[in-house]
Ligand binder design. Sequence first.
Ligand code: S3P
Length: 433
Amino acid sequence: MTIVTIAPPQRLRGTIEVPGDKSISHRAVLFNSLADGEADITHFLPGADCRSTIACMRALGVTINHDGDSVHVIGRGLHGLQEPADILDCGNSGTTLRLLTGILAGQEGMFAVLTGDASLRSRPQKRIVAPLRALGAVLDGRKGGELAPLGVRGARLHGGAYELPIASAQVKSALLLAALAGTGPLTLTGRTDGRDHTERMLAAMGVDIVTEGVTVRLTPTTHPGIPKSLSLHVPGDPSSAAFWWVAAAIHPDAELTTVGVCLNPSRTGALEALRMMGADLTISNERMAGSEPVGDVTVRSSRLRGIEIGGSIIPRLIDEIPVLAIAAACATGDTLVRDAQELRAKETDRIATVAHGLDAMRVTVEPTGDGMGITGGRLRGATLASHEDHRLAMAWAIAGLVASNETIITGAEAVDVSYPGFWETLKQIGGDA
Ligand code: S3P
């Protein structure tokens, strides 16, 4: 286990190119594996989660060359995956497990078992299992399909209509990917407001997929050349950049710029929340990178105030709540996070783990069923566990930049899941880790 000790630095300065977006990196490998042709992916996130996706797709017969942040994928076509010889290990990655289950559900005749680490095996899967079964999928898992390992017997799926009860991009994407190889159109309504990278990327690959208001409709293709392979440069991950945004906002002498960050509106909730809290934040150089908007974000030392974070913004900042909780702990007044019960189904129960860590830092925090209340104050250094949750390890590191004495983070290696190089970047900008 890696232990990192952080002492608050005098100043923070720097320009940071954060690693490629995790959601887009997964999708670039998964979808290009189903395409006819070859694709080059640059600025791919080489974190453990995306390496799990590569390993699974290789086990399904896809040729993938991976070197650092460059990946070359030779697609096998929509129906060309090979039956895996062994269990598919998705590691810590919910995106790998859920999107791949959707893909495999429609691979006729193939049998596969998907599993992951203890955290992933404890996360809810009925959310994909039930609607996939409604499309004709043959799959099961522990506790009637509630938990992984999941076993899938590929079948000929039909289309249909499904109203998403929760704003989960993983559920939405699993269903769209199942429908891609199906026999009729799929219409999704309800909580379709999770991140829309799947819709954007599939459309760019020539798939007939349209979004009108809250309705997403996909018509399966009968054309052998669709999806077309798509080479792309993955934009920077806003969920990784958010650590630096909060660091700059809460530190008394800071200016940090993150360049080339994905500014897809389904991902910019943290920027909006920080603005509402009074952060000194500028966005520049806005442009399109393929089908995703990107830009540079500069944040300077700010006087933050507490706000209420709830409702429709929640899916747009769900992964940033651990670090936004640190911003709230440094703000004047109270912050209330509500409607965020999905936090309980992440890599850890992030309502419990964030509240526990803030409490150890002597912050007044009250966990609720669907969020938490935080009263801003002074953070005191403490020994904090990552609980093998990458975003917790990084949130504690940011807290350590302003805490009144040393902060010790145990299980610091967890950052590798989404941000290899995090500790090095922290040192480069002035952090004493
Ligand atoms: C992701 C969707 C979100 C997010 C996760 C990545 C994706 O999860 O929290 O980190 O790539 O589709 P949910 O679909 O469970 O909301």
